[in-house]
Design a protein around this ligand. Sequence first.
Ligand code: GDP
Ligand code: MG
Length: 188
Amino acid sequence: MIDRTLVIVKPDGVYRSLTGKIITSLEDAGLKMIAAKMVSPDADLAGRHYVADEKWLQSVGEKAISSYKEKGVSVTESPREIGMRIRQYLLDYFTSGPVLAMVFEGNEAVFITRKILGPTEPRKADPSTIRGKYSSDSYDLADMAKRAVKNLVHMSEDRDTAKNEIALWFMEKEISSYKRTDEDMMYR
Ligand code: GDP
Ligand code: MG
């Protein structure tokens, strides 16, 4: 099923000149870029992008606790408190410089994009993914430095989130409709 997703090259990806490689990795898999702009997000935009959603705060906090436990580190904070702390790191990260926001469209765009860009922690991401190939960052290093994991990109989690995120970053008139020359070859 053809769907759309939001991809953002975070400030570390822009500063490290990885935007071209990231775009190419998605275009090579058949995804079509239908919107793009460089923005330096302010606190308001960053806050609306990383909404303090209870489910997300809880799951990020729980995931952090299990990675601390793996390392034998004891934890006294609740998952929500840790989630709130990580969200603040993220807001600082997102407002620290320019980002490149894009919309990609194609078969299973949300799923394919997450597969190509890789899982959250670069240390564990497969080297064939953008996060695994261009970063080695880990939760513990980031937490020790009191910053977000520098994993180069953001991509929407699922179709519904993608719809909301695209509407937050782009007006309808900023999204283009066109046909890739290889579309018939890929989809028919
Ligand atoms: P994503 O969808 O793979 O980007 O991951 P999440 O939505 O779970 O988290 C959003 C972002 O928060 C990640 O991309 C990281 O930059 C950052 N992050 C997530 N978990 C942690 C953590 O345990 N510690 C720190 N410092 N940052 C984290
Ligand atoms: Mg996410």
